[in-house]
Design a binder for this molecule. Structure first.
Ligand SMILES: *Cc1c(COP(=O)(O)O)cnc(C)c1O
Length: 406
């Protein structure tokens, strides 16, 4: 099925604005995606019609708001094919989901315990594990990648020792676009009796996720990278883990009974949702999932793949072009440098032509170090991007390059 992209673009008012007098070409979708009217409308509706605190009021508004949160939980469960709604924890985003697991699972770690991550992780999937070093000397072991940006699976398997306690890795690299073979990597970890957290921030808006088929122990993602609102995300966790882990934060919502001597905790998933949740955001995230489902995630993936292929071919025509990340099945993320041109300068010039790309280390400094660079220019695609925008992007990179070469 071929998508009617013009019709899709009508849903996104921001795509019709100009930057520096040029029509905006928004290619920073890996940082955050834009938001369609139906999601923003859901936010307004919640504020105008149903705003009330959830899970405790007997009054109608509170029950309506509660229903919307619990409907959203069911929607998320189906979207990622989790076993039950009790395994869906609402968070502030990917970062909070990973911190939740690091600090609760981390409670059980001792000196010398090892955590495996990959060299291409986002800082959000490195620093929370390092913070555990305040309590005990956990060791990070790092999986290398090859020249295409693919995980070196043999090296990964070799990292397991008797002290390996946890594996944390991205489903899709936000810099290289590599789609890691996570099903296989989870299987290898499980053979060693080690649980796995997947950072799905860069995957959920671009491919079908089935946490049950993957057998992931934890899977974290953010709404704002999937056409949803900022400030909300999801942590999926297998029930057996969520039942055994201690609470993350304490407060309202997460308790069973409180006395000054002792507190019991609420059942799942509420045990991990202390305080008033962002119920407006959660309802809007549900609207974003409806939006993705209406278009069809496979249609989105096919469209983005077309853009990736066209953009890659166009960039490769430019002398001195180097693309970082050439994995065969990569997602619609292109990191590149043009010989002799600083990524920041390229980004500035593209902005002057209305083109929004990311420049810098993309929250993956260890990866940049391993590549021997400080940063890249990164273009990343979403469903509303067009072939014409890709052409404008290529032309702009050519023009910027020519300006430097003069
Ligand atoms: C964006 C991103 C994160 C962080 O997501 P937040 O929404 O900022 O919490 C983590 N990992 C990857 C791979 C990302 O792309």
């Amino acid at each position: 099925m071929s998508l009617d992209i013009d019709k899709i673009r009508e849903e996104f008012p921001i795509l019709h604005r100009t930057v520096e007098g040029n029509p905006l070409v928004y290619l920073d979708n890996a940082a955050t995606s834009q938001t369609p009217r139906c999601v923003v409308d859901s936010i307004c509706r919640m504020y105008y019609e149903h705003k009330a605190n959830v899970h405790r009021g007997v009054h109608t508004l509170s029950q309506e708001a509660t229903d919307r949160v619990e409907d959203a939980r069911l929607k998320v469960k189906e979207f990622i094919n989790a076993g039950s709604t009790e395994e869906i924890i609402f968070t502030r985003g990917t970062t909070e989901g990973i911190n939740l697991v690091a600090s609760t699972f981390g409670n059980s770690l001792c000196n010398g315990d090892e955590i495996i991550v990959t060299v291409a992780e986002h800082h959000s999937n490195i620093v929370p594990w390092q913070l555990l070093q305040r309590y005990c000397r956990v060791v990070l072991k790092v999986v290398p990648i090859d020249a295409h940006g693919d995980i070196m699976l043999d090296a990964y398997e070799d990292l397991f020792t008797d002290n390996t306690r946890f594996v944390a890795l991205a489903h899709v690299s936000n810099v290289l676009g590599t789609v890691n073979p996570i099903k296989q990597m989870i299987e290898i970890a499980h053979r060693h009796g080690v649980p796995v957290l997947i950072d799905g921030a860069q995957a959920v808006a671009h491919r079908r996720i089935d946490v049950t088929d993957l057998d992931a122990d934890f899977y974290a993602f953010s709404a704002h990278k999937m056409y949803g609102p900022v400030g909300v995300g999801v942590l999926y966790g297998k029930r057996r883990w969520l039942e055994t882990l201690p609470p993350y934060q304490g407060g309202g919502e997460m308790i069973g009974h409180v006395t000054f001597e002792k507190t019991t905790f609420a059942d799942l998933p509420f045990k991990f949702e202390a305080g008033t949740p962002d119920y407006v955001g959660v309802a809007a995230m549900s609207a974003a999932i409806d939006y993705i489902n209406r278009i069809g995630i496979d249609n989105i993936a096919a469209h983005e793949r077309e853009l990736l292929i066209a953009a890659t071919a166009g960039l490769m025509e430019i002398p001195g072009m180097k693309i970082y990340g050439t994995s065969a099945g990569k997602e619609g993320v292109i990191s590149f440098l043009v010989d002799g041109i600083h990524h920041y300068d390229m980004g500035m010039l593209l902005d002057k032509m209305g083109i929004a790309v990311r420049t810098g280390h993309h929250c993956a400094q260890p990866l940049m170090t391993s590549l021997g660079i400080e940063g890249t220019v990164r273009a990343s695609f979403a469903v509303y991007n067009t072939r014409e925008e890709v052409e404008r992007f290529i032309a702009a990179v050519k023009r910027a390059t020519a300006m430097f070469r003069k």
